[in-house]
Design a protein. Sequence first.
Length: 352
Amino acid sequence: MMMRQFLSGLIAVLGFASAALANNGTMDEMTAAISRGDYKDITSVLVLKDGKIVYERYFGQGGPQYLNNTRSATKSITSMAVGAAIEQGGFSSVDDKVMPFFRVYDPIKHLNDTKKDIRLKDLLTMSSALDCNDNDQTTPGYEDKMHQEQDWTRFVLDLPTMPGWSRDASGLGPFRYCTAGSFLAGQAIEMAVGQSLDDFIDAALFTPLGITRYEWYRSPMGEEQAGGGLELTSRDLMKFGQLALQNGVWNGRRLLPEGWITESTTAHRKVSDVQSYGYHWWIGDFFSATTGLVHKGYYMAGNGGSKVAAFEDMDMVVVITAERYNTPDMHQQSNDLLQGYILPAFELGAVH
């Protein structure tokens, strides 16, 4: 009882409505399975349903104050930051060309017409002309090559363009996962708003959301890595999922442009038969193991298996943090928890 009262108090401090914590067989089974090691390196699982935290458990070294390395889940926050910069007038739209923001870096190498035409939307949808693919170590823009440099902005700006790159009927190029492009989107925000990325995001997103504890991953020169590595608590990660469900409005204040979340979570690029990509958000279907019902979700995802998934049809946000880095099953573990336990526990009014 004391633990339940303690958690309820913490929930109230967070600004989320308090609710009875979920206690049914399905979630109890999941807790037991994680605790005995059936699922590896899970550090937390939280569920927010109808604006109320109904499940919150920590495992291993995880805890309410533990700063989780979000890895590439950071990219979805960068997407929101682009939206906030549009809302505040730093950008006019996602069709803004990127290179003009970096004239201070002239001369830029390989600056052909294709490179000059790179737009924010290209970076956000992983379809820019930059010759960069994190699934191909031979590409010039491979992420680890950037991390070996002192000046990451100069590294990305000087990348060549992809041979044969062109836009299709939708106006976008082929999907190629490129963290360097996400980093450049963050630096473009700096140039557009005239302040450092961390200061802008703190004022535009973190402060309104009540987020005070975080750590950025930075280049040797101190540039914020907008493409990964931002450290946040599990509860603060949950706030970004809730902000998305609330269409960019928090406590009555609009932080993101009207329609930004809808556009961000629209499938702009098809990645596989089961996954699509929006503006730094993944989109896919999740299947309940017990009912077989399909729930469309959009989600933040990072190396290790961390996931922040939002389900509009259930008014639900799920946070799973995990540190199973660079393993083949890291994302499947999170999907199994969602599909095998969490969706069955909360769909069809199973828990209120």
